[in-house]
Design a protein around this ligand. Structure first.
Ligand code: S3P
Length: 175
């Protein structure tokens, strides 16, 4: 039984790009939690924030993340799941991650995260100052939730995926 691999980190830290490559490298399934939350809501994240507010999105995010982890754990197939950047702000998600062996933080500086996130469909990546404030507010949450931290500064998604695969293989050997 292979445990799920959970990628966490701020918006623009590369979770989706790395997650896809990591899953390909390990020969595992990849799930992007944001896509699944959108599917569950039936509308885009941008629309959910503007029509119903952030709380509405977080309720769906909470339910979806638990559901995705439940499903991956029962398959036992080492599914790679990239979580939305704000998933660690949800208490029940933090408690869930605390019991998991492969929670990997993709660490990236706020400036790079903003350059990658701005102008896209991210409601919390419009204003640089607000973005950087959120980054500082959440830093501790990511570090507390992570069992492994990868410094991704200056590294390609392929290099980060290779380092993450190394962690997964190492953990698998010691399990
Ligand atoms: C959010 C991050 C986004 C998405 C939503 C809110 C956040 O995911 O879930 O826009 O609060 O940090 P990514 O980290 O995949 O961009």
């Amino acid at each position: 039984m292979a445990p799920p691999v959970i990628l966490i980190g701020f918006m623009g830290s590369g979770k989706s790009a790395v997650g896809k490559r990591l899953a390909a490298e390990l020969g595992c399934r990849f799930v992007d939690a944001d896509d699944e939350v959108e599917r569950a809501m039936g509308i885009s994240i941008v629309d959910a924030f503007s029509r119903h507010g952030e709380e509405y999105f977080r309720r769906h995010e909470e339910e979806t993340v638990h559901h995705l982890i439940d499903a991956a754990e029962s398959r036992g197939d080492g599914t790679v799941i990239s979580l939305g950047g704000g998933a660690v702000t949800i208490g029940s998600v933090r408690r869930r991650l605390a019991g998991m062996p492969l929670v990997i933080l993709l660490d990236q500086d706020a400036g790079t995260c903003f350059e990658r996130s701005r102008g896209g469909g991210r409601p919390l990546a419009r204003d640089r100052e607000d973005f950087e404030r959120l980054y500082r507010e959440r830093e501790r949450l990511y570090r507390e939730a992570a069992g492994h931290v990868l410094d991704t500064r200056g590294k390609s998604a392929a290099a980060v995926a290779a380092a993450a695969a190394e962690i997964v293989r190492r953990e698998g050997e010691s399990a």
